[in-house]
Design a protein around this ligand. Structure first.
Ligand code: AMP
Length: 423
């Protein structure tokens, strides 16, 4: 998946490229084409998922189809509401960054600073206004902003706006907007309040949800089974049979390992198939279809192959080999326990993988429970204790994080050219 395929115009693609982004993040890949169609969107995406570009890029494109260039007194055609001034400033930065090759004008208004420079800016005429609700209402009350030309409304971090008690302000703002407009609602969480807001606001919305970063690490039951490398296959077959598993996704590090394991499981009488980059697209599609309809019990995959897999939720995910990159662990186990379903992630860990496990535990900020299965025990010295040292060396990673990350875990932000998002 590349940015080129999303339908964005060259001016925006070059701005994206200038940022060093090579691949759209999942929320971008899902929402940009839908927004470009003019549809309303309800997107479940937290900070760090690339959500800002997900609404900013298509918004800029839609606006650029209209008249461009400064015209004094022009009323905004897009309004982005954010809960805090920090977020407003960040969104405004993104609007400027991604829109640098377009002739659209933007302004940001929030409280706690002088209102007059904002009034001057609004008077000069803008296309996009980023605002916090309170200050926007101040402007509306003074007649220094005209909201009657808004074509696109974005509520960013809507859940936080509700938590901060902005619902009445939002309702007042909505009354100032034209009835016919496109509405985009972004929220990290989904609850009854958000649903009520969405129901009243959105028309036939496209629902987009992306896995929360590291959430799976918090909600999925995780366990480590220490086992010798050569006994892993036997242990896996044992677990599948004893637990009477319906279906599982099993990860191996190599394509060869995936093939070999699927073949061996077949010999054990367990219907399995492998999916990896060496297989033709047709073979992969068939393997996935067979798995989805339940004809195949165990799907063995490499990380790369699993990235494109559209599997909603699985009861079991197994790390037959631990991944070399700790973040891949979080992606892998995110395949289970989705949407509140209970999920189980099991890792078969040989003593030579202890360092990999340690790194994963550092990323998670805690140790994973170790369960020895009688008959498959590893040597007694197996120790996975690594979280305490993590707490000391976590500090540098924690810096620069915005408030609002609920988790105490290191919520990694997307990095430019982040390999985990090159799907
Ligand atoms: P956000 O979720 O909007 O706060 O974005 C999180 C971070 O991801 C920001 O620093 C963006 O610059 C960065 N980002 C957004 N889209 C991408 C992408 N496609 N590839 C890499 N980084 C990105």
């Amino acid at each position: 998946m590349s940015f080129d395929s999303l339908g964005l115009k060259a001016e925006l693609l070059s701005a994206v490229q200038a940022q060093g982004y090579t691949t759209p993040t999942p929320v971008q890949a899902k929402t940009i084409p839908v927004i470009l169609e003019g549809r309303d969107v309800l997107a479940g995406a937290q900070t760090g998922t690339g959500k800002t570009a997900a609404f900013t890029l298509p918004m800029l494109q839609l606006l650029s189809a209209g008249e461009q260039g400064g015209a004094r007194g022009r009323a905004p055609r897009a309004l982005v509401l954010t809960p805090t001034r920090e977020l407003a400033a960040q969104v405004a930065d993104s609007v400027r960054t991604y829109g640098k090759n377009l002739r659209l004008h933007s302004a940001v208004v929030f409280g706690g600073v002088g209102i007059n420079p904002q009034i001057d800016q609004l008077r000069r005429g803008i296309d996009i206004l980023v605002a916090t609700p309170g200050r926007l209402l101040d402007h509306a009350g003074q007649g220094t902003v005209n909201l009657s030309k808004v074509e696109i409304l974005v509520l960013d971090e809507a859940d936080r706006m509700l938590d901060m008690g902005f619902i009445h302000d939002i309702k007042r703002i909505l009354r100032l907007l034209p009835a016919k407009r496109q509405n985009l609602l972004f929220s990290a969480t989904y609850n009854d309040e958000i649903k009520r807001l969405a129901d009243g606001l959105l028309q036939n919305p496209e629902m987009v949800e992306v896995a929360r970063r590291n959430t799976a690490a918090e909600t999925v039951s995780q366990v480590v089974h220490p086992v010798g490398q050569t006994k892993k296959r036997e242990l896996l077959a044992h677990l599948i049979k004893e637990g009477d598993w319906q279906q599982a996704l099993v990860f191996t590090r190599t394509k060869h390992g995936a093939n070999r394991l699927a073949t061996q499981l077949l010999k054990d009488g367990i219907n399995s198939t492998a999916i990896h980059g060496n297989k033709s697209q047709a073979a992969r599609t068939k393997a996935l279809a067979d798995f989805k309809k339940g004809a195949v019990r165990i799907l063995v995959a490499t990380d790369i192959a699993a990235r494109g897999l559209d599997i909603d939720s699985l009861p079991h995910v197994v790390n037959f080999d631990l991944p070399n990159v700790p973040e891949d662990y979080v992606h892998r186990i995110g395949r289970t326990g989705r949407a509140g379903a209970s999920g189980m992630a099991l890792s078969l860990v040989a003593s030579e993988e202890r360092d990999l496990l340690r790194n994963i535990q550092k990323l998670l900020g805690r140790n994973i429970e170790v369960q020895e299965i009688p008959g498959f025990k590893n040597e007694p010295s197996f120790s996975t204790d690594s979280a305490p040292s993590f707490r000391q060396d976590r500090k540098p990673q924690g810096q620069g994080r915005k408030p609002g990350f609920a988790s105490a875990r290191p919520a990694r932000r997307f990095e430019k050219k982040d390999r985990n998002y090159q799907r």
